[in-house]
Design a protein around this ligand. Structure first.
Ligand SMILES: NC(=O)c1ccc[n+]([C@@H]2O[C@H](COP(=O)([O-])OP(=O)(O)OC[C@H]3O[C@@H](n4cnc5c(N)ncnc54)[C@H](O)[C@@H]3O)[C@@H](O)[C@H]2O)c1
Length: 268
């Protein structure tokens, strides 16, 4: 019996990438129901079928997490069956370009999916968790929310926002003194295709999806406040805090190669 067994788990962006792997892992841990929200209809159908064939209880909803009306309508539908116990805010997109080349719609869309969607979805499910005095919100941010990086300023800004919000939410929920938890996840580059073309920096090797997923599941089971991978991500705040900005730029940007890592970015 683990913390995940007999729980209702909702994962946004759960039809592919690490969202799909986290769904599979939760089902293997005997989640009573997996609810998948995704915008990709084909992937949603395929993933749902794949899990159902194995005998698991899965419900899937075609939802664009940047659309408030869809969030409100679909969350009502999900809540008719009872509270969601574990909500994993995973859906996210990246727009990888120098900021002066960004168009305004890409900025709006990135913030709507990566930031506002995460907050609105949490807002929809949190009251039922508070009422039952138990629940776990997992927010998939990024190491990009902890260090600046050229060619991903909009993405970094969006994940920076998620970090500040997620930590504030954690402190609020802890004050309520129930079995309410928030885990903030800050991975480096993961080999899912989202960041195709990037050159993994020194000491920040490309993460295998199953490695970060195992760490997130472990984080849920142990009510961890943070899941940071690879190891170097644990040191970022400290290194940034003690080094003058130019020295940080030289070490992280030039020596480790972070500031050149997006030069050949292609994405999905
Ligand atoms: N891949 C990486 O290198 C990396 C690194 C750090 C953090 N992350 C974060 O991890 C999360 C998952 O990343 P991934 O690599 O698995 O990405 P992915 O692109 O492989 O999967 C993302 C999923 O989200 C869905 N999605 C996209 N827009 C949506 C929308 N508007 N509404 C609903 N669903 C939507 C997609 O259809 C897809 O199924 C993201 O939040 C990402 O920012 C990824």
């Amino acid at each position: 019996m683990t913390k995940i067994s007999k729980k209702r788990v909702l994962i946004t962006g759960g039809a592919s990438g690490i969202g799909k792997l986290m769904g599979g892992a939760c089902l293997a841990k005997k989640a009573i129901e997996l609810i998948i929200w995704d915008i990709n209809e084909r992937a949603l159908k395929d993933t749902t079928k794949e899990f159902k064939i194995k005998g698991y209880s899965v419900s899937s909803h075609l939802v664009d997490v940047s659309d408030l009306q869809q969030i409100q309508d679909t969350s009502k539908l999900v809540l008719q069956k009872g509270p969601v116990d574990i909500l994993i805010n995973n859906a996210g997109i990246v727009t990888g370009k120098p900021f002066h080349q960004q168009n305004s719609s890409a900025i709006t869309k990135t913030l709507a999916i990566n930031v506002e969607g995460v907050m609105q979805i949490t807002r929809a499910f949190l009251p039922a968790m508070i009422e039952q005095k138990s629940g776990h919100i997992v927010n998939i941010a990024s190491a990009a929310g902890m260090m600046s990086n050229p060619n991903m300023s909009v993405y970094a800004g969006s994940k920076w926002a998620v970090l500040g919000w997620s930590e504030s939410l954690r402190i609020e929920l802890e004050a309520l003194k129930g079995d309410l938890h928030v885990t903030t996840v800050t991975p480096g580059y993961i080999d899912t295709g989202m960041f195709d073309g990037v050159k993994a920096p020194l000491l920040l090797p490309l993460l295998k999806p199953k490695v970060i997923v195992a760490a997130i599941i472990n984080g849920i089971e142990k009510n961890k406040l943070f899941v940071r991978k690879p190891f170097m991500v644990n040191t970022l705040t400290f290194v940034k805090g003690i080094l003058p900005t130019r020295a940080f730029d030289w070490f992280v940007g030039t020596v480790l190669g972070v500031y050149k890592s997006m030069d050949e970015f292609k994405g999905h």
